[in-house]
Design a protein around this ligand. Structure first.
Ligand code: CS2
Length: 486
């Protein structure tokens, strides 16, 4: 028997379930990129306030594969969220996703939903690379194959940004006011980046459309919850615990945070009642989270993977690792963060270390290692730039960057190939695998302008630091380097 509206009343009493009439929900939000993160984060915050207003159901859109739709549509969009840490676990069925669409199969259905006047928010978790931008400049990459495609075929877009521009064009033509854009990806000023990219695409289509899109509200947000990919054993354990089959449950940690700029001309769910914090400017929160959490995460992922740690918790347990990460946060990152009055930064850092140690989450280093070329600019390189500007040390941050180079070259410490997932993977492998000396490898990487920008590429001290770190990683191995840095 499958989890569905019909089987909700068979669930054990300990499983939390929607406290509203699920059949009465209507779509008010279209979410592009309905992955695990969205389902543990925005969809959970939204679920908590639907009893107050059932008009804010979510239409979840997959931009690539039909897998999520195929798993959740037969379940009326319902799925289980398992929240766990070392101390306990809690199961909750989330009901905020009321419709599922697969964009490549039926782009017209997605555009219809987005153009519908009832849709008042279009939110996104499409990962860094989904923005089709140059990570170093934040501007649209006009040569990106999806952008080129979408400009040639505006009514049958492939990219999220292409869907947004076409839907806004249709709304404008029909006299329907624009929806609010809500980026929930780990990018600094994610709302601005999104707005710049879609406005530029619209301008390239038609200057008048550019002016329309330039007026759209696009508040920035800081999102936080650690959500590992669901495994087969999660599926079977959770299905056994709830007594019916759930084809795609999600496992996550208790911690969740969402800080949002309050700019929603067509309204929004009462998310503040679920703990969402609304502010005028999210920039400081975003910088703190990207540099402390995600910067540490990427460093843990590359060093951990190279040293043979499968999960973040295993990486944290490597001799010297915790001291290295704490040192990175305290000495190298924290001094670059603007003050947040009343905010206890030391407690935030301690909580992060504890979250990274969470023994109940199997968060794979390989998962976090993905898309490094898109992640490093905001996670490590921006911080390094500020350390250089203030003539301060950045050894641990540079070790994280060197570990990425060691990893992204695509050959592990035993000489076996690494399954590197990154839009630049092939280019990096082609460029760096024939090279063997750290100087040459670092030189090749620094030539990637969309990652390092011109400034870092030409900084001799930065180059020397990377060469030292990469040589050590290549000669001694990551585990020994981590141990020696403690
Ligand atoms: C992680 C993030 O996969 C990654 O790159 O660093 O997904 C991280 O778990 C979240 O940002 C936590 O909020």
């Amino acid at each position: 028997m499958r989890l569905s509206r019909q089987t909700l009343d068979r669930l054990p009493a300990t499983v939390k379930r929607p406290e509203y009439d699920h059949a009465r929900l209507a779509v008010g939000i279209v979410h592009l990129g309905i992955g695990a993160f969205h389902r543990a984060h925005q969809a959970a915050f939204t679920d908590a306030v639907l009893a107050q207003d059932p008009a804010w159901g979510i239409c979840g859109v997959s931009l690539r594969s039909p897998e999520t739709r195929d798993a959740l549509a037969p379940q009326d969009g319902l799925y289980t969220l398992k929240v766990q840490d070392g101390e306990g676990e809690e199961l909750q069925v989330i009901g905020s996703v009321v419709e599922l669409l697969c964009a490549p199969e039926n782009p017209e259905a997605v555009l219809d939903r987005m153009a519908d006047p009832a849709t008042r928010i279009v939110s996104l978790t499409i990962t860094e690379k989904g923005y089709c931008h140059n990570p170093a400049t934040g501007r649209l990459d006009e040569n990106h194959p999806d952008v080129v495609h979408d400009l040639r075929n505006p009514a049958r877009p492939k990219s999220a940004v292409g869907f947004i521009v076409e839907a806004l064009a249709r709304r404008a033509a029909a006299g329907v006011p624009p929806f609010t854009l809500l980026s929930c990806d780990n990018l600094p000023s994610n709302g601005h980046v999104l707005k710049n990219v879609v406005t530029r695409i619209a301008e390239l289509r038609d200057p008048a459309l550019g002016r329309v899109v330039g007026q759209v509200a696009s508040p920035s947000t800081m999102v936080d919850r650690i959500v590992p990919a669901t495994t087969e054993s999660d599926r079977s354990e959770i299905s056994a615990a709830i007594g019916v089959d759930d084809a795609w449950p999600i496992v996550t940690e208790p911690f969740r945070q969402w800080v949002v700029e309050d700019d929603f001309p067509l309204g929004r769910p009462a998310w503040e009642n679920a703990g969402v914090v609304f502010v005028d400017d999210v920039a400081v929160f975003e910088m703190m989270k990207l540099r402390l959490l995600n910067g540490s995460h990427s460093t843990l992922a590359y060093l951990g993977y190279l040293a043979g740690a499968e999960t973040v918790a295993e990486a944290m347990a490597l001799p010297g690792m915790e001291a290295l990460i704490e040192g990175l946060m305290v000495e190298e990152v924290s001094p670059t963060l603007p003050a947040l009055p009343g905010f206890d930064l030391a407690a935030y850092r301690q909580a992060l270390l504890q979250r990274f140690r969470n023994p109940a989450l199997r968060h794979r280093t390989w998962q976090i290692a993905m898309d490094g070329s898109q992640k490093l600019p905001q996670r490590l390189l921006g911080t390094i730039r500020e350390r250089i500007a203030t003539k301060s040390s950045y050894d641990r941050l540079a070790l994280g960057v060197a570990a990425w180079m060691r990893y992204a070259r695509g050959i592990d410490e035993k000489g076996n190939p690494i399954d590197v997932r990154d839009p630049l993977a092939a280019r990096i492998a082609g460029m760096t695998q024939p090279l063997h000396r750290a100087e040459e490898i670092v030189g090749a990487f620094l030539g990637i302008a969309e990652v390092f920008g011109d400034d870092l590429s030409s900084d001799q001290a930065f180059r020397d630091t990377l060469v030292r770190s990469l040589s050590a990683l290549m000669s001694k191995g990551a585990a020994a380097v981590v141990k020696s840095r403690a």
